[in-house]
Design a protein around this ligand. Structure first.
Ligand code: UDP
Length: 478
C-alpha cells in the first residue's frame, strides 16, 4: 500500500520517558499491524531531552518505522512558576506548542486524518480543528481514565476536598476510589492543577475516542462501565494494550556486567527494585529498604537515586552520590547477593530475564505492564501521579502484588515490613499463587494483540475510522 492510500495519523507525545515509551509503541503497532503511516511529534521541556528520552528518540529514528519530528524544547517556567506540579507544567507545555505543531503538520503529505495526544496533550487538540482531523486521546490505565472522565460530575456533586471524604468516591460501574488513592491533581481543589484536571476530563469527553493501554480481560468491568454508563460522556473507549517497550532482539547477545550477573543467578530468584524515571525515596526510607533487603537475604538489583533535594541533608555531606545513602558496609555485606545501579537501567531486559522473580515498583503504568508481560509479581510502592490507584488495582483486584500497610507517601515503611513483603513475593505460597496469576495475565495480554485479539481488533476499527475520514476528505477536496 502506498502512503496515499494508508491512514495517516499524527501522534504527539508529551515530555517524559513514561509518555514516550507507550506513545512510540502505539505508533509502531499502528504501522506494523494496521498499515498506518505515522508522523510522531516529540515534545520536550527545556533544556532538552533527558538521557532516557534521548535513547528512545535515537532508537525510534534509527528504526525508521515512524516519521519522527522533534519539536524545539519549551520553557513554561515563566508562566507557571519554577516549582509548578507536573500536571500543570506539562499541560502548559502542550498548550504552548500549538503554533509549532501546526507548522509541523501543515506541510505533511498526504494530510493526516487523525491526531492522537496523551492525557497531558488535550490543550493541543485545537490544532485538529484547523486541519479537520479526528481527535483521540491515549491514556495509560483504565480506572484512572474512568475517574478522569467522571471528574466533571464529581466536581459538581462533592463538597469539600476529596481526600477528606469519609466514604470512597463512587464512580458508576467501577471500583470506588478511596480518598487516599485519588490522583495527585485532585488532592487540593483550590489549586490551578485541579481545575486543569477537570478541564482535561471535559475535553476528553468531546474527543472522537479514548485509547487506553489495557486489554479487555484485564479491565473488563471498568471498560464496560465507561462504554455503557452515560455519566462517562458516551465517548468511544478503545482498549489497545498492552503496549510496552519491546526488548530489542539483540538483548540476549548484549553484554553488560549487570546482564552477565543475572545470567548466573537461579531462575526467578532476583528482586528488581526501581521507582521509574522520576521516583526518589527519602534518606531514611533508603536506609530502611537497605536493611529490609539485607534481612530478607534475597538476591536483588536496586536502581538507586539520591533523595530529593528537600530530603538530602546537604549539611551532612552526603551530597548527590546515591551510594552515600546506603548503610555503612551494606554493599560489602551483601557481596554478590545484589547489585546497586545508579545509572539508567535496562529495565525491559532485566524484567524479561529468566532470573528475575519479583519487582518492587512505583507502579507507573509502563512498569506495571512490563512486569505483567514478563510474568513477574510485584511489591507496590506508589509515589506520584495515578500510581496509588494502579497499586490498589494490582494488589486488591488483579491479585498480582503485595502492598505495604502504610502508603509510602504517608510515612516510612519499616525494615521488618519490607523484609516480610520481599519474602512473601519471592518465597511464600502467596507469592507462588501471584506468580501463577501473573503468568496467566501475560498470556492473555499477548493474545489481545495478535490478529483477531481484542486490542488488535480495536486498532483495526480505529484504522477504518481514519480511512473513512481520509476518503471523505478526498471526495470533498481541499
Ligand atoms: N525505565 C528504564 N530504566 C530506568 C527507569 C525507567 O528503562 O532506570 C523505563 C521503564 O522500563 C518504563 C519507563 O522508563 O518503560 C518508566 O515508565 P513508568 O510509566 O513506569 O513510570 P514513570 O517514569 O512515567 O513514572
Amino acid at each position: 500500500m502506498d502512503n496515499a492510500s494508508k491512514p495517516h495519523a499524527v501522534i504527539v507525545s508529551s515530555p517524559g520517558v513514561g509518555h514516550l515509551v507507550c506513545n512510540l509503541e502505539l505508533g509502531n503497532r499502528l504501522v506494523a499491524d494496521h498499515n498506518f503511516h505515522v508522523t510522531f511529534f516529540v515534545v520536550l521541556e527545556s533544556p532538552g531531552a533527558s538521557p532516557g528520552e534521548s535513547q528512545l528518540i535515537q532508537s525510534a529514528t534509527t528504526q525508521k518505522q515512524l516519521h519522527v519530528v522533534v519539536l524545539p524544547p519549551v520553557d513554561v517556567s515563566g508562566q507557571v512558576g519554577p516549582n509548578a506540579p507536573i500536571f500543570t507544567r506539562l499541560t502548559a507545555v502542550m498548550r504552548e506548542i500549538r503554533p509549532t505543531l501546526g507548522s509541523g503538520i501543515s506541510p505533511l503529505k498526504p494530510s493526516p486524518t487523525a491526531i492522537i495526544v496523551d492525557a497531558f496533550g488535550t490543550p493541543a487538540l485545537d490544532v485538529a480543528d484547523e486541519f479537520h482531523m479526528l481527535k483521540y486521546v491515549f491514556v495509560t490505565s483504565a480506572w484512572p481514565l474512568a475517574l478522569m472522565l467522571y471528574v466533571p460530575i464529581l466536581d459538581k456533586e462533592i463538597e469539600g476536598e476529596y481526600i477528606d471524604q469519609k466514604e470512597p468516591l463512587r464512580i458508576p460501574g467501577c471500583m470506588a476510589v478511596r480518598p487516599e488513592d485519588v490522583v495527585d491533581p485532585l488532592l487540593d481543589r483550590t489549586k490551578q492543577e485541579y481545575n486543569m484536571f477537570v478541564q482535561v476530563g471535559s475535553e476528553m469527553r468531546k474527543s472522537d475516542g479514548v485509547l487506553v493501554n489495557t486489554w479487555e480481560d484485564l479491565d473488563a468491568t471498568t471498560l464496560k462501565a465507561m462504554r455503557e454508563e452515560e455519566a462517562y460522556g458516551s465517548v468511544p473507549v478503545y482498549a489497545v494494550g498492552p503496549l510496552i517497550k519491546q526488548v530489542e532482539p539483540s538483548a540476549a547477545s548484549k553484554k553488560s556486567d549487570l546482564l552477565d550477573w543475572l545470567d548466573q543467578q537461579p531462575i526467578e530468584s532476583v528482586l528488581y527494585i526501581s521507582f521509574g524515571s522520576l521516583g526518589v525515596l527519602s534518606a531514611q526510607q533508603i536506609t530502611e529498604l537497605a536493611w529490609g533487603l539485607e534481612q530478607s537475604q534475597q538476591r536483588f538489583i536496586w536502581v538507586l537515586r539520591p533523595p530529593s533535594k528537600k530530603d538530602s541533608s546537604e549539611e551532612d555531606g552526603r551530597g548527590n552520590d546515591a551510594l552515600n545513602y546506603l548503610p555503612d558496609g551494606f554493599r560489602h555485606r551483601m557481596g554478590n547477593l545484589g547489585i546497586v545501579v545508579t545509572q539508567w537501567a535496562p529495565q525491559s531486559d532485566i524484567l524479561s530475564h529468566r532470573s528475575t522473580g519479583g519487582f518492587l515498583s512505583h507502579c507507573g503504568w509502563n512498569s506495571s505492564l512490563e512486569s505483567i508481560l514478563s510474568g513477574v509479581p510485584m511489591i507496590t510502592w506508589p509515589l506520584y501521579a495515578e500510581q496509588k490507584m494502579n497499586a490498589t488495582k494490582l494488589a486488591e483486584e488483579v491479585g498480582v502484588a503485595v502492598r505495604p500497610k502504610i502508603a509510602p507517601t504517608k510515612g516510612v515503611v519499616g525494615r521488618e515490613e519490607i523484609e516480610m513483603m520481599v519474602r512473601k513475593v519471592m518465597e511464600d505460597p502467596e507469592g507462588k499463587a501471584m506468580r501463577v496469576r501473573v503468568k496467566e495475565l501475560k498470556i492473555s495480554g499477548e493474545n489481545a494483540l495478535v490478529e483477531g485479539g481484542s486490542s488488535f481488533n480495536a486498532m483495526s476499527h480505529l484504522a477504518k475510522q481514519c480511512l473513512i475520514k481520509s476518503q471523505s476528505q478526498i471526495v470533498k477536496g481541499p
